[in-house]
Design a protein around this ligand. Structure first.
Ligand code: ADP
Length: 666
């Protein structure tokens, strides 16, 4: 099937031809045959680089109205936005930021790119553009199996179908074990394929050789490993050098940020001229120690990439790799989850990660996504993925990641936290006003499709009770119709309504537990002497909410943070005795302290050095805190409490966000 046969405008056809797309790849042709250009629901479960973007574009371009493209990560939203904006005659909007608005300005666009959280919050805030959608594309739909993101995605898809009946749904997935489940849930045609534009061979390293699954063998000369050297690192270095010496590029995956940085130092090579320009741009974008280390690594032809980098640095590393000024990236697994950075060879050094309790194997799906980055169309004859093992682990690595297929995707909706959030949101946004109404909506979720025999009414009842206890839901068992519906066998005739506080929690897009924590904080603040209420008070409250992602505590700082907490005890709303978990409480104090120093003008560099966090962490903590302070202020207002500290600290932080780029340069 050729581009000229597609039902799109002549300029769009010309655009594809100009970007080298003339004949459709087989999975793309299969999607067209399945009706993707004729308004049919389609699930495409196909490997990385097999052209999912074109499938999505064809659906959105041929839809009879506006389209929404849902991405899991902000970094991906930007990449997709830029790619759709090149389509001739199409207007594109992007929405990833503030959670507490319906984003009405997106109403006029042909295509809107948004994160799943943003779509969820727009629905809760009553966005009118949602009802006009003709097509919804869901990228990386296999994330349905993730604990936090999955439930949001499935409830969002279920409510979207209610708000925009008949909307075309196109879901794009990595290869998973049960794509048929997802397709049946969405009433979609399934396009499943293992076709790739470049062949991929995968092998396990052990004992100076790699045996690939196509039976080929690569001899590797690691040389003697010194007493201070780590064997897996030396193996990785040999595999990287081998491919770069042959003119290829390589991605090396390791388990942690620190490992990514130290591997980059170990791999330093003599790089060519272009790398120096990239290093210069990195220096211009920010002057932290991590930034300097990154610039030095890039000068030697090797970049690193992890969530602790500021977003500008990450983007520079990605684009330098794509235009080949950089030969190697040492990365944590987050790089595999999205952005397009194909390499001739992928080396996975660490196949286990620390989960907080123990080292455990990465999922097969995740490792396959890393491996799938190997092989650049038109540049490499084939891609190679090499998993580093030794005589003890090679057998298990082979069985887990080479022989076995990826896992099935299982709904996580019944996790209590998730259910609480979504029950409140469907009631607050008017989708249901009784337990049976909520059950009815949940019936349209992936969970109900996967487990049709599970009766959720018991679990739902207790979640509703918890929400009532948190003052977020009103439960009224005495309404008319009580006896009738009970006679019908209705599991619970109770009517449900969100309280004013519940509505605020839902539209501010914070979790119910966060809402409850903020409320408790506001009440304590009301009873505190005025002189004790300082910015640290408000920051302490938001840092103790579960929506504020934690930081960790080094052994050496524990005592110092505790002393700080004691010194400022009068300003905090909780002390160690009230905390459910002492360690978490100390972490919250540490975060509050970091944010306080930031709002007093500390530079990222100072904070990074003082508290051993990544420069990107400062950015994301400040952003989260600003959002949660806004929620605190909105709740104080709903409550009629005379507490203005949240708003004044938020205004300070908001201002500082604008100046963040400048502060990196100081
Ligand atoms: P995926 O999202 O499946 O990982 P992409 O949609 O990003 O893959 O496509 C990978 C690359 O293949 C892109 O550079 C794209 O331009 C190119 N591509 C897609 N379809 C075709 C085609 N039919 N012919 C040639 N190149 C294509």
């Amino acid at each position: 099937m050729y581009v000229r046969d597609l039902p799109v405008s002549a300029p769009v056809r010309e655009h594809y031809r100009a970007s080298g797309i003339d004949e459709l790849y087989p999975p793309q042709a299969a999607a067209v045959e399945a009706g993707v250009t004729a308004g049919e629901n389609v699930v495409a479960a196909i490997p990385t680089a097999s052209g999912k973007t074109l499938i999505a574009e064809l659906a959105m371009l041929t839809a009879d109205g506006p389209a929404l493209y849902i991405v899991p990560l902000r970094a991906l939203a930007r990449e997709k936005y830029e790619s759709f904006a090149e389509l001739p005659g199409v207007s594109v909007g992007i929405s990833t930021g503030d959670f507490d608005s319906p984003a009405e300005e997106l109403g006029g666009e042909d295509i809107v790119v948004a994160t799943a959280e943003k779509v969820d919050s727009a629905i809760r805030n009553g966005a009118s553009w949602v009802a006009d959608l003709a097509c919804v594309v869901v990228d990386e739909v296999h994330l349905l199996g993730r604990p936090r993101r999955g439930p949001t995605l499935e409830v969002t898809l279920a409510t979207l179908q209610r708000r925009a009946p008949g909307v075309q749904i196109v879901a794009l997935s990595a290869t998973i074990d049960n794509p048929g489940d997802v397709a049946a849930w969405l009433d979609a045609e399934l396009v499943e394929s293992t076709w790739r534009p470049v062949d991929l061979r995968t092998g396990v390293y052990t004992d100076e050789r790699v045996e690939f699954d196509d039976e080929s063998v690569l001899a590797v000369d690691v040389g003697p490993v010194g007493p201070d050297e780590e064997r897996d690192t030396e193996v990785t270095a040999a595999l990287v050098d081998d491919v770069v010496d042959g003119g290829g590029q390589c991605l090396a995956f390791v388990r942690s940020r620190r490992e990514a940085e130290s591997l980059a130092t170990r791999l330093a090579r003599t790089a060519e001229g272009e790398a120096a320009d990239v290093a210069e741009s990195v220096r211009e974008a920010g002057g932290t120690e991590t930034g300097r280390q990154l610039a030095a690594a890039i000068e030697s032809g090797v970049g690193f990439h992890h969530a602790g980098l500021v977003s500008e640095h990450r983007a520079l590393v990605e684009s330098a790799f794509r235009d080949r000024s950089l030969q190697v990236i040492c990365a944590t697994p987050t790089l595999a989850a999205g952005v397009n950075v194909p390499a001739r060879r992928v080396v996975v050094r660490d196949l286990k990660r620390y989960t907080g309790e123990e080292m455990s194997w990465l999922s097969t799906l995740e490792v396959h996504q890393m491996c799938g980055r190997a092989g650049r169309p038109h540049l490499d004859p084939y891609g190679e993925a090499i998993l580093v093992g030794d005589e003890h682990t090679a057998g298990e690595i082979e069985a887990r990641y080479v022989e076995a297929g990826p896992e099935a995707v299982e709904s996580q909706l019944t996790a209590r936290d998730a259910l609480r959030t979504h029950v409140l949101s469907v009631v607050a946004s008017g989708f249901a006003d009784s337990i049976s109404g909520v059950l009815d909506l949940l019936d349209a979720t992936f969970f109900a499709h996967q487990s049709p025999d599970v009766d959720l009414s018991g679990l739902l009842g207790s979640v509703v009770d918890e929400l009532a206890e948190m003052e977020l839901l009103d439960v009224d068992p005495s309404r008319e119709g009580h006896s009738e519906s009970a006679a019908d066998g209705d599991p619970s005739p109770e009517t449900l309504a969100a309280t004013a506080l519940g509505e605020t929690v839902s539209t501010q897009y914070v979790r119910p537990e966060t809402g409850a924590r903020l409320l408790a904080g506001i009440r304590t603040i009301e009873s505190m002497p005025d002189g004790d209420v300082t910015p640290l008070t408000a920051l302490g409250v938001v840092c103790e909410t579960p929506d504020m992602r934690g930081t960790y505590l080094g052994n050496r700082e524990r005592a110092e943070i505790y002393r700080y907490a004691t010194r400022h005890a009068a300003e905090f709303t909780t002390g160690p005795d009230e905390a459910a978990d002492f360690e978490e409480w100390l972490c919250a104090i540490k975060l509050a302290r970091i944010l306080r120093e930031w709002s007093e003008g500390a530079t990222i560099e100072t904070l990074v050095e003082r508290y051993r966090i990544g420069p990107g962490d400062v950015e994301s903590h400040v952003e989260r805190a600003a959002w949660l302070l806004g929620a605190g202020d909105a709740l104080a207002e709903t409550l009629g409490a005379d507490v203005s500290i949240f708003e004044s600290v938020r205004a300070d932080l908001g201002e500082s966000l604008g100046g963040a780029a400048d502060r990196r340069r100081t």
